[in-house]
Design a protein around this ligand. Sequence first.
Ligand code: BGC
Length: 784
Amino acid sequence: MKKIFLIMTAVLCTLSLSAQPKLRADNIDEILKAMTLEEKAALLVGGGWGSMTAGSMTASSETLVSGAAGTTRPVERLGVPVTVLADGPAGLRINPTRPGTDKTFYCTGFPVGTVLASTWNTALVEELTTAMGNEVKEYGVDVLLAPGQNLHRNPLCGRNFEYFSEDPLLSGKMSAAYVRGIQSNGVGVSIKHFAANSQEVNRQQNDSRINVRALRELYLKGFEIAVKESDPWTVMSSYNRLNGTFTQQSRDLLTTILRDEWGFNGIVMTDWGNKEGTVAAVNAGNDLMEPGMDNEIERIIAGVKDGRISQEQLDANVRRMLEYIVRTPRFKNYKYSNKPNLKAHADLVHKATAEGLVLLENNGALPFKDVKKVALYGTGSYDFIAGGTGSGNVNKAYVRNVAEGFKANGIEVDADIQTWYEQYITFTKTQLRNNAAGNGLGILLGDPVVPEMEISRSFIEKKLPMTDVAVLTISRNAGEGDDRKAADGDWTLTGQERELMQTLADVYHAAGKQFVVVLNIGGVIETASWKHIPDAVLLAWTPGQEGGLAVADVLCGASNPSGKLPMTFPVSYFDIPSSFNFPHNYKGGNSIDLMALLGGGNQRRRLVKDVDYTEYTEGIWVGYRYFTTAGKKVSYPFGYGLSYTTFAYSKPVVKVEKDGTVKATVTVTNTGSVAGKEIVELYVTAPDGGLVKPVYELKGFAKTKELKPGKSETLTITIDPYTLASFNENTSAWETAAGNYTVHFGASAADIRCTAPFKLAKPQSWPVNRVLLPAEPVKEIAVK
Ligand code: BGC
């Protein structure tokens, strides 16, 4: 009897062990019940810094993706797998080589976010990110930590290249297209950095102090559009504070606004760092701590045990994690190939890049006519900058430079100049690398710009008779962890660059030959003082690994550029209202006070010292909203870009449908002699009498297909009433006023081609939660 009892017990024990549930898409409740507190806490904390490198996972899982940014932790007992997260946004960032194998794991270097935005072509962005998402999936990654979509509040933010625009509508639409493309592969994204992470200086601690109207209309709007239009799997909370609270610990931001108001149903993960306040983060609805440290697990366990975290909150976050996990390829046991079609993606990038290049000046020099040989100057011509530095860098197999691009277009590059530059670049890079290693900086994440070299006038004169045209590439780069400087060599040209530019112009012009500048830069620089010197200026940005080919295609006329600026190029840095409260030229503990040096005084500005907070005193007056309303001259307006052809706009019509939806149509005709695409920007002026508003704001845009000379296309742009609304702080509501509106069809913010009126009979209002207020209202500038 006793024996039978023992056998029965043993059988039951075995049964209960084997009856452990395993995670499926339809048994999340059951898994939640089966999880211990320790397992739940661990699921809310990433695999640790070590999870970035192959083979160092905390769990017994197989070697993962080398160079990925992080992982989630598995619960093997319940069939919950590890999942892998890796950077973006200009492609997938993983290590290109791994120990123990000769195989390589290169990824395509796609155009950076600013280039994508310069295309104003959401369908093209979706096509590009569909290819990018294929690499994410085929290299065994579950979530791409992208897109970055903080607003270009100030041109010197070091990560602007990763972001899209100074305008929230353009940012939001680009972001949504980006997300749809990536996620069409069955992998996820993490829209970052939520929110108001507009500078790199002291990014871990800095408090962005913003009045709610500017916050809602500008800094949250792009995220709102993307969340509503693309269903991102994850959102990344930023490092900074927002109106006093770390964003990752702000329930108002992560639950009240993101989930309750916008309907987000994915997970929120922190940006990469371990902050105090894990308990507050869990309670805020921040589901995943990345990269994840063991002490964060302990904090969560303690928080649940002493009641600071309720069981419901814990379960809500864990449930969202499980819902995320069942969506991933790793959960579905997808057998990734480690062999995406890099050649096809390179061809796509090559073809697409010209749409993001912006032709700033052209007195007829471009496209080249009868050019057989080019005098090609500038280190960037031979060492092209494909993308920015930091986590946004992509380990691509190669970068095509401008010299290669000319050769591909059948144009010779002067061999002496080329050799001279190549030797100088090799030498300087070796030195830079040695210095970096000596400083303990190790491998630099991304390419530094090789400074321009000394070139004598006599050398240029010697090369003049042998060459038909001179081209000079000016390069800049920036990246994570540092903001750019309002100084020579960054915002402004160096003396050497200026001199080289002038000498090339003088020598070539004296001989009746032309001189062209290519800007290979990640963000806005000063242009007003020198743009009249060359015959043409092509803004190439940092457009990815095929950049040099795309630049040469445009210069030679093999493709017609159709990009337009997603931000304003001001005449002077200090024309930008936020320059009075942006830590430009910050160098560690004490920033150089450039305004003081320049003798400029301004009541509004605070001496930037330890940069513990930044007051957004400019309010809604960011970018063209300020320049158009204040009537201030700019170097190049928002939305500006030339083409090799010309376009006429006609038949502007606006109709308002019963539900208040506005339908605007305009016909665009190619009136020039080559095929091209045109971007139409739709700005709206609201009736007077309500809230103070910019003279007009971007409410929609569209791009034509490629139009042959003489051909037309009628574009339709739809605007819903909510998109027309502004935020009223007094009522805590989005409000659309009744009255007479004007639609402006613009080729840029300063080039309105035609207008049409419409009337809204009834005002409309959308009340929202009165949350995220600054402790004290920020004193804003008055522009109107
Ligand atoms: C960056 C994020 C990035 C993360 C992981 C952080 O330092 O701010 O953009 O996704 O690192 O690499």
